[in-house]
Structure formats: structure tokens, C-alpha cells
Design a protein around this ligand. Structure first.
Ligand SMILES: NC(=O)c1ccc[n+]([C@@H]2O[C@H](COP(=O)([O-])OP(=O)(O)OC[C@H]3O[C@@H](n4cnc5c(N)ncnc54)[C@H](OP(=O)(O)O)[C@@H]3O)[C@@H](O)[C@H]2O)c1
Length: 298
């Protein structure tokens, strides 16, 4: 099978590229500004994948059997103002265009959405729960998933993606500060299911192998936790100073985009249809602890 990975140099995209190559698939991958990892076996193409022309060109030239789309505009606060247009183009419009072009050619297409489509007031949420997005980012991702599903796509909703990788935003912020001896306030009132990027990559490849769209699945780690509990576990696994974490409320911080308080997702459907659920954060952090130490402390 020939797989085209969009956003192949990103956090999850790079894990998709490695696993698909390891499995013996022929892998093509796109990148934009962030250069691809030097060791990768994929054929790399530098392009902006939001332009309709580049969508048709890529599909005509690469002729993939499947497209795994990991590209996105992930700056949640920028979607409220400075990045509004790009946010809409990348998250709301692009998945529908890709899904349509893929469907016309009989190519499977998978894209990724977010737990932020929910307001966090009535967890845990299943795939049948009614979304109520609280921010421009969340609206853009919700529209993107709906347009893609209408064109027969596979859509995975995920949350707080991280790995033993410096691109992991939340763990990176925690580790950098604590290693510098700085005290940080971490929210006790924002809950999500932290998801190991390599597990999300694995679920994406399994879904492409085994499923036919349209289908929507929650592909998140099996445990929901506050940012504070997640941060505490990261610090413990790395043997850092737990006293530097201070439990705090998001009400004390002025975040431009509103976030859901408890966006906990159920994972029963993905377990049923794929027989796989990404690891909970405690198990995952233990499993990757030596890699985390290598990445952050050596
Ligand atoms: N990270 C999370 O916590 C989280 C939470 C919920 C959902 N998700 C979803 O999960 C998926 C994977 O996220 P991730 O965190 O692994 O992504 P990421 O590390 O931010 O990588 C995204 C990649 O997409 C590329 N990209 C963005 N716009 C592009 C464009 N127009 N043309 C070409 N390339 C473009 C970026 O390239 P450049 O860097 O070179 O610009 C980047 O390498 C996304 O759909 C995301 O919305 C992530």
C-alpha cells in the first residue's frame, strides 16, 4: 500500500511516517517549514497542502492508496484573532477538499479532530454526544470533521498529544520550567485524555488498514486527567521536583480562547472496531520514561 502522510514532519505525522515505513508501506510525506527527520525512509515533498491545486497535483503525482492527514492549525488562541483566516482554511476547509478529491479517486482519507468540539460540561463524551464548541479553533475543527465525514472520511478525535519528543507542547512547558527550578501553576480544572503520539499514529494506520469511512472514532488515551495530575506524573517519572508544581484554577489566567473544563472522551467504540485504545498517561509515561530522560535531560 502507498500512503501519503500530510504534515509528516509534525509530532504525530512523524510517528505515522516511521510506523508506516517499518510496516513496509511505501511512504510519501509532505512538510512545509519544519524540515523532515534526516533518518526517514519516506519520499518527502515540500508544499502547502491547503491549496486546491496542490491537492490535485499531489494525488495525481503520488497516486496513493490512502492519505493520512496530520496537518492542522493548532494555535488555539491565534484562531480567535491573528490566525483566524488561516485557522479556518486549514482546519475547516482543507479536510473537506482532501476528502472529496480522495473519494473521487477511491483513495481512503483519514483526518484528526479534537476533544475541544465539546463544552466539557457533561462528560464523558461518546461519538454520538452533541458537540458544543467554545472557541474558533473548536468550531473550525468541528466543521472540518463534518465536511470530511460527508465525503466518506475516517475521522479520529484526539486530545493533548505528546511523546518523548521536544515538539510535545504541554510536557515541554512543564519539563523546561521545572528543570530550571521555576515554580509553575498548573490547572486542576482542565481535564482531557492525554494521548501518546505513537499510539495515535498506530490507531491511524490500523484504521486505514481495517476501516471504510465515513466513520468517527475517539482515539485518545484511556485515562482522563487534569493538567495538574498529568504534569505531576511527568515530573515524577523524570525524578524532578514535584514541589515546583502549584495546583491552580484556569479562572486565574486570561486565555484568549475558551477551553472546556472536562472534555473527557469515551473510548469504547475504537476498542470495539479496532481492538486498540491508546495507553493511559500513567502507563504511557512509564513506558517511554527512558526516552523522555534521553530527550530532555541528556
Ligand atoms: N497536539 C495536540 O495536543 C492535539 C490535540 C487535539 C487534536 N490534535 C490534532 O492532531 C493532529 C496532529 O497534531 P500534531 O500536534 O501532531 O501536529 P503538529 O505537530 O502541529 O504538526 C502539524 C504539521 O502540519 C504542518 N502544516 C500545517 N499547515 C500546513 C499547510 N497548510 N501545508 C502543509 N503543512 C502544514 C506543519 O508544518 P510546519 O510546522 O512546517 O508549518 C506541521 O508539521 C492535528 O489534526 C491536530 O489538530 C492535536
Amino acid at each position: 500500500m502507498r500512503i501519503l502522510v500530510l504534515g509528516g514532519a509534525g509530532l504525530t505525522g512523524s510517528k505515522v511516517v516511521s510506523e508506516a515505513s517499518r510496516k513496509g508501506y511505501e511512504v510519501y510525506a509532505t512538510y512545509r517549514n519544519t524540515p523532515p527527520p534526516p533518518s526517514s525512509k519516506a519520499v518527502w515533498i515540500r508544499t502547502d497542502v491547503d491549496e486546491p491545486e496542490s491537492i490535485r497535483k499531489l494525488l495525481d503525482e503520488v497516486k496513493p492508496d490512502a492519505v493520512i492527514d496530520m496537518h492542522a492549525f493548532n494555535k488555539v488562541d491565534d484562531c480567535e484573532d491573528v490566525g483566524k483566516e488561516q485557522c479556518w482554511k486549514t482546519n475547516a476547509v482543507s479536510p473537506g477538499l482532501w476528502a472529496k478529491e480522495c473519494s473521487r479517486r477511491g483513495v481512503k482519507y483519514l483526518t484528526v479532530s479534537t476533544d475541544f468540539v465539546f463544552d466539557g460540561e457533561n462528560p464523558p463524551y461518546s461519538e454520538d454526544s452533541i458537540p458544543r464548541p467554545l472557541s474558533q479553533y473548536a468550531v473550525s475543527k468541528l466543521v472540518g470533521e463534518q465536511r470530511a465525514l460527508l465525503e466518506g472520511a475516517i475521522v479520529l478525535r484526539t486530545a493533548v498529544v505528546y511523546d518523548a519528543d521536544k515538539r510535545s507542547k504541554f510536557p515541554g512547558w512543564v519539563i523546561r520550567n521545572v528543570m530550571e527550578g521555576k515554580r509553575i501553576g498548573v490547572f486542576v480544572d482542565q481535564w482531557n485524555n492525554p494521548t501518546l503520539a505513537r499510539d495515535l499514529a498506530h490507531a491511524s494506520i490500523l484504521a486505514i488498514e481495517e476501516l471504510k469511512g465515513p466513520i468517527l472514532l475517539h482515539a485518545v488515551g484511556r485515562e482522563c486527567a487534569s493538567r495538574y495530575s498529568f504534569a505531576m506524573e511527568i515530573v515524577r517519572v523524570l525524578g524532578l521536583d514535584e514541589d515546583l508544581l502549584e495546583a491552580t484554577c484556569s479562572c486565574r489566567v486570561n486565555q484568549k480562547a475558551k477551553r472546556p473544563h472536562k472534555a473527557c472522551l469515551k473510548t469504547t467504540k475504537i476498542e470495539d472496531v479496532l481492538g486498540f485504545v491508546p495507553r493511559g498517561y500513567r502507563e504511557a509515561l512509564r513506558d517511554v520514561s527512558s526516552e523522555l530522560k534521553e530527550v530532555w535531560m541528556s
